[in-house]
Design a protein around this ligand. Structure first.
Ligand code: PLP
Length: 414
């Protein structure tokens, strides 16, 4: 469609778009997809979205895949944005508090967004065998999309990955290997074996398209945040009384003041930041941006540590552990992209303890009805810390990303 080329996120080297690529051939860093946004904007505008499909493929002009017949989709994206006044009332200041519920995606997490894009592109480029290291939810999503596409799925997960993730992968036909180690150890095994086995490596940010799927969270936030009828509110204990249409207000779109994002590899945060840049280039928004907040567990916090140390790259976090398995990423290949985005946005990075994030699941659940993943729940105690530090102020709007569903983590609540 409108893809022009791939570009190294660090050194800027141009790579061809219509061949299989992993990392930059010169510096080994992630490749990002670039579009002819002028051309995209000829048919894609906030008003043009009215009546489009209720999936992330509504943003077709800024997504890869040339031939629509190659799209592998389970109906992912266009997840609800909830305004939760009852949860907001538990905070010491008055805020507009929203939860973007990614647990409503196929395979119950936002990983479906990345996988629909990556596996559609793999399909277009003739791949038949895939491999991925995963903390759990990416594996479940990869297994499902590979099954739908008729591809072989080879999954490497830490042995202590939540049981539900292991079961769902096996039940959707994947080859699952459990590794005594962390996701980084799983990634090394995929890298060592992929050539010999003929696998295409779909590790996040080591292929260019998962981030494209995840960036649609940024487009959705802008679209939903700019049109009250697209927000579900707990006011009067009910959904918004206005009709749920796909009309956005004409002119510029609005964004929240703060986005709280539970960060492992950081692909969603990087993707949303990219989406905001694309939207600005297409004239949908101005130069204003939400303050991006990276939330990590105290026992695996490489990004938080690097942010406060003023580093651009994050050292590997030793002895990483947390029940929020998606946050157990001791070293992220896109570390500099996460850190650059947080800093450019005027945001920050904050840790919470495992006890805090597990307790937050029940607190959010009891006040909103959303059974969040521990990763998403981590954003609530993190927000309380920011309020205390006066880094979030009275009257601001805050979106918490609930990146998955609590049903995958039953062990954590035992
Ligand atoms: C539920 C959940 N939340 C957050 C993350 C971290 O996502 P990202 O890699 O985009 O930082 C993961 C990754 O596995 C996850 O499964």
């Amino acid at each position: 469609m409108n893809v022009t080329h791939l570009e190294c996120a660090l050194c800027g080297q141009r790579h061809e778009a219509n061949t299989l690529q992993n990392l930059c051939v010169t510096c080994g860093k992630p490749l990002l997809v670039r579009y002819d946004l002028k051309k995209a904007a000829e048919t894609l505008s906030p008003d043009s979205l009215a009546g489009r499909e209720s999936s992330l493929w509504r943003y077709r002009e800024v997504l890869p895949v040339v031939d629509e017949a190659n799209i592998v989709s389970l109906g992912e994206g266009w997840t609800p944005l909830f305004k939760t006044d009852r949860l907001a009332a538990t905070l010491p200041i008055k805020l507009g508090l929203y939860i973007k519920d990614e647990g409503q995606n196929p395979t119950q997490s936002f990983k479906a967004r990345g996988m629909t894009a990556a596996i559609s592109m793999a399909n277009e480029l003739g791949v038949t065998k895939l491999a991925v290291p995963s903390a759990g939810n990416a594996a479940g999503a990869m297994a499902a999309y590979a099954a739908l596409a008729g591809m072989e799925a080879n999954i490497f997960m830490p042995a202590d990955t939540p049981h539900a993730n292991i079961v769902e992968c096996r039940q959707t036909g994947a080859n699952v290997r459990l590794i005594d180690g962390l996701i980084t150890d799983c990634g090394k095994i995929v890298a060592e074996r992929k050539e010999e086995m003929g696998w295409f490596d779909v590790s996040t940010l080591k292929e260019p398209y998962r981030v494209e799927g995840k960036k649609t969270m940024g487009y959705e936030i802008a679209e939903q945040f700019s049109n009250e009828s697209l927000v579900i509110s707990d006011e009067n204990g009910n959904r918004n009384s206005s009709p749920k249409t796909h009309n956005s207000s004409p002119g510029k779109l609005r964004l929240p003041d703060v986005i709280m994002y539970p960060t492992g590899g950081g692909t969603g945060l990087i993707g949303m930041w990219k989406a905001f840049d694309e939207m600005e280039q297409m004239g949908w928004i101005g130069s204003e941006r939400p303050r991006m907040v990276s939330v990590q567990s105290e026992t695996c916090a490489p990004i938080v540590r690097a942010f406060h140390a003023g580093e651009r790259f994050a050292d590997e976090f030793e002895n990483a552990s947390t029940v929020a398995s998606g946050l157990r990423v001791p070293k992220a290949i896109g570390d500099f992209l996460i850190l650059d985005a947080i800093r450019a946005s005027g945001g920050t990075a904050v840790t919470v303890t495992d006890a805090e994030l597990v307790a937050a699941v029940a607190e959010i659940g009891a006040l909103t009805g959303i059974f969040t993943a521990p990763e998403g729940a981590a954003c609530l105690p993190a927000l309380r810390k920011l309020i205390k530090q006066k880094a979030v102020r009275e009257g601001e709007s805050v979106v918490i990303f609930n990146t998955g569903s609590g049903v995958k983590y039953l062990e954590a609540f035992a």
